[in-house]
Design a binder for this molecule. Structure first.
Ligand code: GLN
Length: 231
């Protein structure tokens, strides 16, 4: 992308691999719904972005320590996070689902007693799992990225994982050998985030750009490009 000297560059943290929202394509470029939306908004509002694929939890930490200006990572807007982040207007709906492998025969929460469940550090899915782990009698094991979490279920170490519904659906469509066995819980939305009280001009530009690309149809075009994509 071209950089214009007069335009400000913001450092934006994101996840390492969270398709269809962010992932490296064959040319090692970060693409996905979040990446395309952010670039379209930046273009519309005349700022530059320097994308840092840090991993979800590291992106959260890096905002809080002031190393990055903002983050976009399929990040759920939650009441807890609102204490330390300011969020943009919502740009996508999500919720947490449980996924299992055909091999282990687990199809419900009630079958998790005494079993291990894979979650991703610092995520809404992990928080949901931890909120019900006593009730269902399972233990959580944590991973830093979604692929390793899925893998742990596929090899049979964990009986299930908790992941965002649109992300799990997309992974399964792309060939990941897991299946979704619950309805989405803790439904909510994704938002772009900055540290609470900081980078308010960036947040304003994000919201203004988002409104513009929704109006122009570019938002829907980006979403469709990824969600209607064949393997
Ligand atoms: N939406 C979830 C969250 O905000 C997961 C995000 C992610 O794994 N990138 O915690």
């Amino acid at each position: 992308a071209k950089t214009h000297a007069a335009e400000k560059t913001y450092e934006i943290g994101t996840d390492v691999t969270f398709p269809p929202f962010e992932y490296a394509n064959d040319n090692n470029k970060y693409v996905g719904i979040d990446m395309d939306l952010l670039r379209a908004i930046a273009k519309n509002q005349q700022f530059n972005v320097d994308i840092k694929p840090l991993g979800f939890n590291a992106a959260v930490q890096s905002i809080q320590s002031g190393q990055t200006d903002g983050m976009i990572a399929g990040m759920s807007v939650t009441p807890e996070r609102k204490a330390t982040f300011d969020f943009s207007n919502p740009y996508f709906d999500s919720g947490v689902v449980m996924a299992t492998s055909d091999k282990n025969g687990v199809t419900s929460l009630n079958q998790l007693k005494g079993k291990k469940v894979a979650v991703k550090t610092g995520t809404a899915g992990a928080q949901y799992a931890q909120s019900i782990e006593k009730k269902y009698g399972f233990k959580t094991v944590t991973f830093d990225d979604s692929n390793n979490m899925y893998e742990d279920v596929m090899i049979g170490n964990s009986a299930a994982c908790f992941e965002d519904n649109p992300v799990m659906q997309y992974a399964i469509k792309q060939g990941t050998k897991l299946k979704i066995v619950t309805k989405p819980a803790n439904k909510g939305t994704y938002g772009f985030a900055v540290k609470k009280g900081q980078n308010q001009e960036l947040l304003k530009k994000f919201n203004a750009g988002l409104a513009n690309i929704k109006k122009s149809g570019e938002y829907q075009k980006i979403v469709n490009k990824y969600l209607n994509a064949k393997k």
